[in-house]
Design a binder for this molecule. Structure first.
Ligand code: DGL
Length: 259
């Protein structure tokens, strides 16, 4: 059986990439809802409808578990989907708790999409773990647009990020939480503009660990020759050019993973 992984777009490949490292002997269905990206600037209601459609697709494609590789979709729709579908649903969330732990009393920026920042799920999480008010939330919607058009390193990207961080006294910060899976593609530019005291953290490793835990408890871990099928809003990507682009994205993510 397959593990379904989905996002509004190519951001979810961050999670897939990590899953292939930690769980190489599984088969994956990767679904990017590119026709409807971005999710982060939509309403909660719109995202619920879109996520439901992807979940239907996953049930029709022999998935034993689904990973919502999109912080926005997790915030808006994970609970509702868990009530509707029987298979385990694991959702990525901004790594706020580990970031606070690592920050040792210094400040933390949680960067995410506008919808994630607005959603109660994140606000509740911050309220629960941030007793001393160390966390600032920052929406970076344009990074999703840049990523979707394959613009990962450019003057425009750098300028956008420099402007976004201008209001923060970065010497007081210890952690930047990448609370949107698209943001991992920009770790090199972020590294360039952030001072050394600011460390980057994201939720993909923790989410894959949770996936492993769920599969282990359900005795569903497999030992097959892992393969991945890629879908873009329901259409399977099979063309030489499309698959070459996917390979390029994996190469970029491998570089970013090591930063
Ligand atoms: N990659 C998604 C996330 O982690 C959202 C991007 C979007 O569609 O706005 O939140």
């Amino acid at each position: 059986m397959n593990i379904g992984i989905f996002d509004s777009g190519i951001g979810g490949m961050t999670l897939l990439h990590q899953a292939l490292v930690m769980l190489p002997n599984e088969s994956y269905i990767f679904y990017a809802d590119t026709d409807n990206a971005p999710y982060g600037t939509k309403s909660r209601e719109q995202v619920i409808v879109l996520v439901d459609r992807v979940m239907q697709f996953m049930t029709e494609h022999d998935c034993k578990a689904v990973v919502i590789a999109c912080n926005t979709a997790t915030a808006a729709a994970a609970e509702i989907m868990r009530q509707k579908y029987l298979m385990p649903i694991i959702g990525i969330e901004p790594a706020v708790k580990p970031a606070i732990k690592e920050s040792h009393g210094r400040r933390v920026i949680v960067a995410a999409t506008p919808l994630t920042v607005r959603e109660e799920k994140l606000q509740n999480l911050v309220r629960r773990v941030d007793d001393t008010h160390l966390v600032d939330l920052l929406a970076l919607p344009r990074l999703v647009e840049f990523a979707e058009r394959g613009e990962f390193v450019s003057d425009e990207v750098e300028q956008y990020l420099r402007t976004a961080f201008l209001p923060y006294a970065l010497e007081d910060y210890a952690e930047l939480v990448l609370g949107c899976t698209h943001f991992n593609y920009f770790k090199d530019t972020l590294r360039k503009i952030l001072p050394e005291n600011v460390h980057m953290i994201d939720g993909s490793e923790g989410t894959v660990r949770q996936l492993i835990h769920v599969l282990e408890s359900n005795k569903q871990l497999e030992n097959s020759i892992g393969k991945v099928r890629y879908f873009s809003s329901g259409r399977e990507l099979k063309g030489e050019q499309e698959l070459a682009y996917i390979r390029q994205l994996h190469e970029r993510l491998e570089k970013m993973r090591k930063l």
